[in-house]
Design a binder for this molecule. Structure first.
Ligand code: UGA
Length: 372
């Protein structure tokens, strides 16, 4: 049994490029297997790859056909960064797709037997190849869609005086909806959501499904809108200009408990503020300084700080962009004393007690917090 897992390149790319990058590597692997295999192999595709990659793998293998009839299975990863081991040891489900032939079914059962060592059988789903490949994209698309949905409501909350956390709680307690992935934020990031939705859109367009493609495009578009609107709100509240103002950026990773910055909402917000000539004082507990310097041109206005207090010292405003636990327990009084007046606090993750911050004297803004 041979597992192929291709890690997507870090650089930002469009769907076409991403697809090409993954497939060229996979093609090389498959050709190599076909060249050296002496008996029948089960080739398991684990990476998130464009739907119908298994078809390409089969075609490559067929070109080398020597009577071995290798089998191709799809077994997508559902691991999230920061909780990967937990997700692996206690998965919600394991998905295995194979060909609907006798050889295909035998291959599927062999992989099922591997997982059965630690996963209850009822959590292992077996499907055809295409269902398995598509389900991975759809799972990520649904998760991202939930975030865009609650983020769309956050703007309405701000206008009406509702609180998006309370709305999320009330809605999520309906067991049919569920309470996960309803935390409103400055926007979702990470290497997977946008890429997978763009893949889904590409697939729909290939099949001429214009309306379906448009439906999913909106999830990505709304995410861009949320990041922009947050940035604009910062500028607007700070008297329509952030020029030469020191703005402390708390958090640069796309979520807590990782140093990954791919597609992080922080990138767009920081670039937006730099365009407005702000001076950024950036602090993230885990992201390497060099990585931030690769992404942002600090000569355009910026520095990297060792901790929150250094970043906030002498700042006009604070912007929270990652939900690190340490930001929940900040000494707000101490921070306030070291800041210019009025001291602004923008929470893009709803981790700060903004009512308390307001009492201290901060001018505050929280995503979806209309009643402050
Ligand atoms: C995601 C999926 O959750 C995994 O199941 C999947 O296996 C993985 O992609 C993948 O395809 O490899 P990951 O990218 O590690 O995992 O991160 P998530 O925990 O899903 O968070 C994604 C983004 O959504 C983050 O920016 C996070 O801050 C944001 N988010 C998440 C919210 O804004 N609100 C929420 O309620 C939840």
């Amino acid at each position: 049994m041979i597992f192929i897992s291709v890690h997507t390149p870090t650089k930002e790319y469009g769907v076409g490029e991403g697809k090409a990058a993954d497939l060229s590597f996979i093609e090389k692997c498959v050709r190599r297997i076909a060249e050296v295999a002496k008996d029948r192999k089960i080739i398991v595709e684990k990476s998130t790859i464009p739907v119908r990659t298994a078809e390409s793998i089969k075609r490559i293998l067929a070109a080398y056909e020597n009577g071995l009839r290798h089998q191709v299975l799809s077994n997508p990863e559902f691991l999230a960064e920061g909780t990967a081991i937990e997700n692996l040891l206690k998965p919600d489900r394991v998905l295995i797709g194979g060909e609907e032939t006798e050889l295909g079914r035998t291959a599927v059962e062999k992989l099922v037997a591997v997982y059965e060592h630690w996963v209850p059988r009822e959590r292992i789903i077996t499907t055809n190849l295409w269902s398995s490949e598509l389900s991975k994209l759809v799972a990520n698309a649904f998760l991202a869609q939930r975030i865009s949905s609650i983020n769309s409501i956050s703007e309405l909350c701000e206008r009406t005086g509702a609180n998006v956390d309370e709305v999320g709680l009330a809605v999520g307690m309906d067991r049919r909806i569920g309470d996960k992935f309803l935390k409103s934020s400055v926007g979702f990031g990470g290497s997977c959501f946008k890429k997978d939705i763009l893949n889904l859109i590409y697939l729909c367009e290939c099949f001429g499904l214009k309306e379906v493609a448009e439906y999913w495009s909106q999830v990505v578009k709304f995410n861009e809108y949320q990041k922009n609107r947050f940035t604009k709100r910062i500028v607007q509240m700070m008297f329509d200009t952030v020029r030469a103002k020191r703005i402390a950026i708390l958090g640069f990773a796309f979520k807590k408990d990782t140093n990954d910055t791919r597609e992080s909402a922080a990138i767009d917000v920081c670039k937006g503020l730099q365009n407005e000539k702000a001076h950024l004082a950036i602090y993230d507990p885990r992201v390497e300084h060099d990585r931030i310097k690769e992404i942002l041109d600090l000569a355009e206005g910026g520095e990297i700080c060792k901790n929150t207090y250094e970043a906030c010292q002498g700042a006009d405003g604070i912007v929270v962009l990652t939900e690190w636990d340490e930001f929940r327990v900040l000494d707000l009084e101490k921070i306030y004393k070291g800041m210019k007046r009025p001291a602004f606090l923008f929470d893009g993750r709803n981790v700060i007690d903004l009512k308390k911050a307001k009492e201290i004297g901060f001018e505050v803004f929280g995503i979806g917090k209309g009643d402050l």
